[in-house]
Design a protein around this ligand. Structure first.
Ligand code: PMP
Length: 412
């Protein structure tokens, strides 16, 4: 009996779609084979407060969360979540444009409109989806997007999804940005995308100059304020507020996963046609809406953040103390001064970075180990993000742990 030819046997790994990950698998195995704790596999066994948890079996100070304003354990926030869970159930099981808009989603959008003093607010299921959705929907084929080369992955992915022409410029370089804008063909749609705080080094954008240049060339401006909401600016509206350009930007993107202390994303805008987004933005339409408990906690937290000047002041104090302390110990930092709640400690290479990370975790301190491709200029960073709930004493303890780990590993 004639059998049809069998498909040829796989030749080595050539047809294994996973073979493209071999380098990263080898890198990871190399690090772990030296008996290191895995920096990307930490488990929080118990969370004691916004600044402390039991991680990998030991009590640890948390200096690598985005819980900037410490809202995750706020009693009003927790109570609002519990109430919504009991009254509205665990989930909406549907899209915002079908059965997934509850009273709580409207209240959350109302809180955002008030927080930013803007006409429109649209809540997404994550900040990633807010960037993906807004960028891909407003900038399509034939339009131009001018963006900072160090933009967050969700921004790049939003650009790719929309198929616009993407023109990156050197990080925070106003002249480079202007040069790109000048070259765009007359009459083309233009969107400039910036971030208030860049999360890898914790540096801020020169928004005053950049927004003025964007306007000069007739571009719309979108600013991602994920890392500044609640903290930077007199009312916590972000770097746009601090730089005095909040009325000149077209869209602000934000997230609930940082200062707000839960999960979700949003866009606020004064554009008169903004509401049409709810029907044409695919990452908004084709996904389930946030659970009622989540939007209830978000709305309560956002309202409390409007009135959090003392917390903002304390967080600034923490950030400045840590920055100065680390610099005095001899560490190389991402910025000359504290510009946000993120302080990046630059490591000589990944190996030493992982070694230092391990020495810190063993000393009872958690920070983020960040490495390429997430980092600019192939740097390995230990990213420290402060919380308004870190006490002065805790910041002192953090510096002691850094001192000890730095000497042990020979980094200082
Ligand atoms: N934008 C920036 C600048 C971010 O850093 C992040 C998350 N790290 C996001 C957007 C996405 O936010 P979310 O966690 O809500 O998806």
């Amino acid at each position: 009996i004639l059998q049809p030819d069998k498909p040829e046997a796989l030749e080595g790994d050539d047809r294994d779609l996973f073979s493209k990950f071999d380098d990263i698998i080898a890198l990871r195995e190399g690090l772990l084979s030296q008996g290191r704790e895995d920096p990307f596999n930490l488990v929080m066994e118990k969370v004691l407060s916004p600044t402390r948890a039991i991680c990998n079996g030991r009590e640890t100070i948390l200096l690598g969360t985005y819980n900037y304003m410490g809202m995750t354990f706020d009693p009003d926030v927790i109570e609002a979540g519990k109430r919504a869970l009991a009254d509205f159930g665990s989930g909406t099981t549907g899209s915002r444009v079908l059965n997934g808009t509850y009273q709580g989603h409207k209240e959350c959008e109302e809180a955002l409109r008030e927080f930013y003093g803007m006409d429109h607010a649209m809540v997404f299921s994550t900040g990633y989806q807010a960037n993906l959705g807004i960028i891909s929907t407003i900038a399509g084929k034939g339009d131009y997007i001018v963006l900072d080369i160090d933009s967050h992955a969700s921004i790049w992915d939003g650009c790719a999804l929309g198929n616009a022409e993407v023109v990156p410029f050197k990080h925070n370089d106003v002249e480079a940005m202007e040069k790109r804008l000048r070259r765009i063909p007359e009459g083309a749609g233009k969107l400039v995308i910036l971030e208030g705080v860049y999360s890898m080094l914790g540096d801020i954008a020169p928004l005053k100059e950049m927004v003025a240049v964007a306007k000069k060339y007739g571009a719309m401006v979108l600013v991602d304020e994920a890392h500044s909401m609640g903290f930077i600016g007199e009312n916590g509206r972000g770097v746009v507020e601090d730089a005095g350009v909040i009325d000149d930007v077209d869209f602000i993107i934000g997230t609930f996963s940082k200062s707000v202390g839960t999960v979700g994303g949003f866009c606020v805008s004064n554009h008169p046609k903004f509401e049409i987004m709810r029907l044409v933005c695919r990452p908004y339409v084709f996904t389930a809406s946030l659970p009622p408990s989540v939007v209830a906690t978000a709305a309560t937290s956002i309202r409390k953040l409007m009135d959090a000047a003392d917390k903002r002041a304390h967080l600034w104090q923490n950030s400045r103390t840590l920055h100065k302390g680390l610099r005095d110990l001899g560490f190389k930092l991402g910025t000359e001064e504290a510009q946000s709640a993120i302080i990046a400690v630059i490591m000589p290479d990944l190996e030493k970075g992982a070694h230092m990370w391990e020495a810190l975790i063993r000393g009872g301190l958690y920070v983020n180990l960040a490495r390429p491709p997430a980092t600019p200029a192939n740097m390995t960073l230990l990213r420290c993000s402060l919380c308004a709930e870190h006490s002065e004493e805790e910041v002192g303890k953090i510096l002691d742990i850094f001192d000890k780990a730095g000497s042990e590993t020979g980094i200082i």
